[in-house]
Design a protein around this ligand. Structure first.
Ligand code: NAP
Length: 511
């Protein structure tokens, strides 16, 4: 547990909506930020006394557009606003916060009940003089808030370091790196001494890039329960925005009551991340990182940074799990076993089974390795044979070209000759490829089992085609959960709670 507070930002264009949102925020927020710059002045005047009667402490913000606010505001308008707001809120006679930009900080008649946050925003990047900005702001404010735009994860290091600086100055700072790459600063801020963590009312209601919903702050990353001893895990990749792993792993940590959290780490430059944030000898900040999952595009590139790598990962040539112990990085691959577990449960012994695998990328490598290890005969179907030749040769698999049209496909390949068909391509995944399938119902009626690695949507077109042909199926969620369970066990040495992890992932897919 830390002493920080979750501040839910409320923004709406009309007074009625604004009041409605305040009511929603009242249920969960420690503090409600009223983003008055969302409202037009007429709307503000209409019901201003109702805004101040919320049952939770308030933070008032009236941000001009150039600092990330919603509307153009003249200096005069801003001064007038603060004058009126101070009078209004003071009449309620309770403590409140105001978030004021640096240029006005000395123009505000501070009420004795008000605590002042002085904020600075840079939406273009990270200024070189962050320390100077911090020094200026901290002279006149109780709390300094500095928000910068992070394009890659290492861009957030400079602003994060202000926490150390503030600690030694006995000051309070809220360091925020905006955007996906800075999401971790929003999750870990309270644990490392920031007094407030900003949250949105819900998904799609963010008032700044990378902001996390209040529900996730409470239920997924329980930000108020974290501290500097919390063990940090995460998913390293790009993109990681839609990963289900944070939901699964955080649920598992809670199940075992562990002081641990799992965070999305949006990493473009792996070298910078490893050297500046992970390796004990070179890192610039210490987050108490204990391990991470690795996903596209870093599963192969990570290998050169590891101290040791296990036999399976070595054979596959890719690592999806890193454990950090005594400053050393150990690499594993749980995709192969994660793929195999639900398959063996459903199919049994795979010796001599005839298997068609669609795709020749990273997931296909783990799949082909696992199938060959189990004694199956594998044929890989790929659209570009050149790219997949090496994989096929390495694992002694046959190789066939995916035909472009449905009719070509039918004339060339008898899929009923296979026992199992695996989709390891993105065909069928939510978005542009959602209505695609590697094969159709009429071509697979004799097949014993269909396995789609895609888990979003839960029921893909391929799974539906198999259903129409009365062929049993395994969905990608089963593999996702099984590989995640193995990661959890590698990191914690505790049995992974399957039901909790599946439910957490499924809930998120259905949300
Ligand atoms: P990847 O390394 O990018 O490989 C994708 C493969 O699919 C490549 O061989 C690619 O061929 C092929 N492909 C892409 N678009 C295609 C299309 N329109 N038609 C035919 N083939 C196409 O990705 P990956 O890591 O192997 O992942 C593949 C899929 O499996 C992803 O959708 C991922 O979400 C899913 N997955 C699921 C799990 C799980 O736990 N359930 C685990 C890992 C991956 P080219 O090289 O010609 O582009």
């Amino acid at each position: 547990m830390n002493s920080g507070k979750i501040c839910v930002s409320v923004c709406a264009e009309t007074a009625d909506e604004f009041i409605e949102n305040i009511k929603r925020a009242e249920q969960f927020a420690d503090i409600i930020e009223l983003r008055f710059d969302c409202l037009d002045l007429k709307e503000f005047r209409k019901k201003q006394s109702s805004f101040f009667s919320a049952r939770k402490p308030l933070l008032l913000t009236y941000r001009p557009k150039e600092q990330g606010g919603r509307r153009e505001l003249s200096r005069y308008q801003r001064i007038e606003f603060w004058r009126a707001a101070m009078t209004n809120n003071s009449s309620v006679k309770r403590k409140f916060w105001i978030d004021c930009e640096f240029d006005l900080i000395n123009r505000i008649q501070k009420s004795p009940d008000a605590e002042i946050i002085c904020s600075f925003h840079d939406f273009a990047g990270v200024p070189d003089n962050l320390n100077e900005i911090y020094e200026n702001l901290s002279q006149s404010a109780d709390i300094v808030k500095i928000a910068v735009q992070a394009d890659d994860i290492a861009d957030s290091i400079a602003v994060w370091k202000l926490l150390e600086r503030a600690k030694s100055d006995y000051k309070k700072v809220i360091p925020i790196a905006m955007g996906e790459a800075g999401k971790w600063t929003r999750i870990l801020g309270l644990a490392f001494g920031a007094p407030l963590a900003y949250a949105s009312l819900g998904a799609g209601e963010e008032t700044a890039a990378g902001q996390i919903s209040e529900r996730q702050m409470r239920d997924v990353y329980p930000v108020k329960e974290l501290n500097e001893q919390t063990e940090i895990y995460g998913i390293v990749g790009n993109p990681v925005k839609h990963s289900l792993s944070p939901f699964m792993h955080n649920r598992a940590f809670r199940f075992h009551d562990l002081n641990a959290v799992y965070i999305p780490f949006a990493v473009k430059n792996l070298h910078d991340f490893i050297n500046r944030m992970v390796k004990t000898e070179t890192r610039e900040i210490d987050l108490n990182l204990k391990g991470f999952s690795v996903t596209i595009p870093h599963k192969q590139a990570i290998i050169e940074y590891l101290d040791e790598i296990d036999e399976t990962a070595k054979r596959i040539g890719a690592v999806n799990t890193v454990k950090i112990e005594n400053g050393k990085l150990f690499g594993y691959n749980t995709d192969a076993d994660g793929f195999m577990e639900p398959l063996q449960n459903a199919y049994g012994d795979l010796r001599d089974a005839k298997v068609a695998v669609f795709g020749g990328g990273g997931a296909a490598r783990a799949v082909v390795f696992a199938l060959k290890r189990a004694g199956a005969n594998v044929t890989i179907f790929a659209r570009d044979l050149k790219k997949v030749e090496k994989l096929a040769a390495e694992f002694n698999a046959e190789l066939k070209k995916i035909s472009k049209s449905e009719e070509d496909q039918k004339s060339k390949t008898d899929f009923n000759a296979f026992d199992l068909i695996v989709n390891a391509t993105p065909l069928g995944t939510t978005g542009k490829l959602e209505n695609e399938t590697p094969v159709f119902a009429r071509d697979i009626e004799q097949v014993k089992l269909v396995y789609d690695l895609i888990y979003n949507p839960f029921e893909t077109k391929f799974i539906k085609e198999a259903g129409r042909a009365n062929v049993p199926t395994i969905s990608g969620l089963a593999m996702l959960v099984a590989q995640g369970m193995k990661q959890f066990e590698i990191w914690t040495g505790k049995p992974a709670p399957m039901r909790e992890m599946s439910r957490a992932a499924l809930n998120e897919i259905k949300n």
